[in-house]
Design a protein. Structure first.
Length: 118
């Protein structure tokens, strides 16, 4: 129905940068809230960042505030996460989501692994 596919990630050195991308396709809509969560080994999935449907508002977890930047492209139905000053504790599987009010639910990608080496 709705598919989200993440790209980017991999092995990054501490202090380095990486950009994650996520594109939505299928029976989706434009101008939707999108964002990112992450799940570290042995931990629950946690919020990272989100961007409002208009793109005017962004939200960040305290742990990434000032280091990560979320942007969106409504024309491409995509969202991006620029990650700077990466730390080993940022190591996790990063999941993209898109909330579609018409369906009353969020859709998720399969995730992409980011490993930050010290």
């Amino acid at each position: 129905q709705v598919q989200l596919v993440e790209s980017g990630g991999g092995l990054v050195q501490a202090g380095g940068s990486e950009t994650l991308s996520c594109s939505a396709s299928g029976r989706t809509f434009s101008l939707l809230s999108m964002g990112w969560y992450r799940q570290a080994p042995g931990q629950e999935r946690k919020f990272v960042a989100a961007i409002s449907a208009s793109g005017d508002n962004t939200y960040y977890a305290d742990s990434v505030q000032g280091r990560f930047t979320i942007t969106g492209d409504n024309a491409k139905n995509a969202v991006y996460l620029q990650m700077n000053s990466l730390k080993p504790e940022d190591t996790a599987v990063y999941y993209c989501y898109q909330y579609i009010p018409y369906y009353g639910r969020a859709y998720w990608g399969k995730g992409t692994l980011v490993t930050v080496s010290s």
